[in-house]
Design a protein around this ligand. Structure first.
Ligand code: 13P
Length: 253
């Protein structure tokens, strides 16, 4: 059984005060949830303050990116070891906003995965197709290409320590969610490809769906056999909405 993992990606949002208030509200709602693994990923500059808010709870802390090197002359970058040092357990890597707005490529993501794993962070590797790619029937080729590139040189032991997030780019921040059928088809295809490449470890891998997940569509997505959680953007900035997603089982009851 794969335990669902639901993570809030706050992106470049909140002030310090908003971040600590939001984290405190998330703590109040979710500190003892254990049927779902819960995480929040605030901006780098608020990690320590948010860590204070969720200390000694079931809520885990993550960051939204990292560099691949442990330290050195990389102005403006943050290393995996630094994230570990301030209490992070996850790091989101290869998010579509970094791929498409900042030109991040699979070979960089591959190095970041290596760096994150080396210090014991759990990477959340994001992949997903553009609308134009879906419309010309290239979804499978695109997501598999992203997987092949990002995971080049890795073995089953590495996959075992990651989370995968399928986020169709056309569904991110648009209010357009993939239908359960579309999500399940891609997730099952990804798992089948990973099983062929890495073996049985693929059956234990958790694959999150991301893209306009809200309390009212979470249950339909989470009950799909190959959807094992969610990476939540906009709705994670509202503690009640985020809690509604985490408690998707109550909604389907
Ligand atoms: P939204 O939930 O705002 O669509 O964002 C999804 C996302 O990009 C999470 O990483």
């Amino acid at each position: 059984m794969r335990r669902p993992v639901i993570v809030g990606n706050w992106k470049m949002n909140t002030t310090l005060r908003e971040a600590t208030t939001l984290a405190a509200a998330v703590r109040r709602d979710l500190e003892r949830v254990d049927d779902v693994e819960v995480g929040i990923c605030p901006p780098f500059v608020y990690l320590l303050d948010v860590a204070d808010q969720v200390r000694d709870t079931n809520i885990r802390l993550g960051a939204q990116d990292c560099h691949w090197e442990p330290k050195g002359a990389f102005t403006g970058e943050v290393s995996p070891a630094m994230l570990k040092d301030v209490g992070c357990e996850y790091v989101i890597l290869g998010h579509s906003e970094r791929r498409h707005l900042l030109g991040e490529k699979d070979d960089q993501i591959n190095k970041k995965l290596r760096g994150a794993l080396a210090v014991g962070l759990t990477p959340i590797l994001c992949i997903g197709e553009l609308l134009e790619e879906r419309e010309r029937g290239a979804t499978d080729a695109v997501v598999r290409g992203q997987l092949e590139g990002s995971l080049a040189g890795f073995g089953a032991d590495a996959l075992e320590r990651m989370i995968l997030a399928y986020e169709p780019v056309w569904a991110i921040g648009t209010g357009k969610t993939a239908t359960p059928g579309q999500a399940q088809e891609v997730h099952a295809g990804l798992r089948a490809w990973l099983r062929k490449r890495f073996g049985a470890v693929a059956d234990g891998l958790r694959i999150q769906y991301g893209g306009s997940v809200k309390p009212d569509n979470a249950a339909d997505l989470m009950r799909l056999p190959d959807v094992d959680g969610a990476l939540v953007g906009g709705a994670s900035l509202d503690a009640k909405a985020f809690a509604g997603i985490v408690r998707f089982k109550d909604q389907s009851a």
